[in-house]
Design a binder for this molecule. Structure first.
Ligand SMILES: [Zn+2]
Length: 186
């Protein structure tokens, strides 16, 4: 008797869940978390050279610098517009970069506080962990030691990365280039 009513309760909950899904989110599972406002949580940013998954679209985090030669707001990732800043290094080479809160890259300590595009922050070169392509730079407060454990960088709110737009790629854009059927990408 008790197990029957429990089973009925379970069925009722299941039907309720299906009903709610049909009403609001036909393609999502019961356990799916709502995406962050205005962003697509599953937009992946890849290394353009090898396809390594470097970051999520939600890791993009604008860190403005007065050292930027220009700052524009014109590339859409996951339905929102993001900031691209143009910087020049002491050798006269210019780089368009997007800033990220975190990214799966190798950081090459010790950090250098000279010629920083972000006054008050030291930088290291950041490379792809799979193919070693130079993807950009990681920034940490200049008051920190020049060499720190990777987890200290990862866990801090005061660190960020600037990745070169030409060397990264959006996963959905890469998929469209490859003409991969939707059923293989999900
Ligand atoms: Zn790579």
């Amino acid at each position: 008797m008790r197990s029957t009513s429990l089973r009925l309760l379970g069925l009722q909950l299941l039907f309720d869940c299906i009903f709610v899904l049909l009403l609001f989110q036909p393609s999502e599972s019961c356990a799916a978390e709502p995406p962050e406002e205005g962003t697509s949580t599953d937009t992946l940013i890849l290394c353009r050279a090898c396809g390594h998954e470097v970051a999520f679209g939600t890791d993009i985090h604008f860190v403005p610098s007065r050292m930027a030669l220009s700052s524009r707001n014109d590339t859409s990732v996951g339905g929102r517009r993001i900031h691209v800043q143009l910087f020049e290094n002491p050798h006269g080479h210019q780089f368009n970069v997007i800033t990220f809160r975190r990214a799966d890259v190798i950081k090459h300590w010790p950090a250098d506080r000279h010629f920083s595009w972000y006054p008050g922050f030291s930088w290291t070169v950041a490379t792809c962990p799979r193919c070693q392509t130079h993807l950009g730079w990681a920034f940490q407060p200049s008051s920190w030691p020049d060499t720190i454990p990777n987890n200290k960088f990862e866990e801090s709110e005061n660190t960020f990365l600037a990745l070169i737009t030409d060397r990264i790629l959006r996963e959905d854009f890469a998929s469209s280039l490859l003409m991969t059927p939707k059923s293989f990408t999900s």
